[in-house]
Design a protein. Structure first.
Length: 72
């Protein structure tokens, strides 16, 4: 099955421009679950770090450093 193309033709672009100019364009602001999930990566790491003790953070950092410097 061929994926649906996201390209718009001239008439679709013109229609969108007219809608924006007249203030009739639909809102593109995210709401509900979609809005919450888009913020997840921005606040998830900090929230996790706040819950960990300094010793736990140190252990996680050591494991990460070992993985980075591990010879393949």
């Amino acid at each position: 099955m061929k994926p649906k193309s996201t390209r718009r033709d001239f008439t679709q672009v013109a229609f969108a421009i007219v809608q924006e100019a007249t203030g009739e364009a639909p809102s593109t602001k995210l709401t509900g679950k979609k809005a919450d999930s888009s913020k997840g990566g921005k606040k998830g790491g900090k929230a996790r770090a706040d819950k960990l003790t300094p010793k736990q953070r140190s252990e996680i950092a050591k494991i990460a450093a070992e993985a980075r410097w591990k010879k393949v």
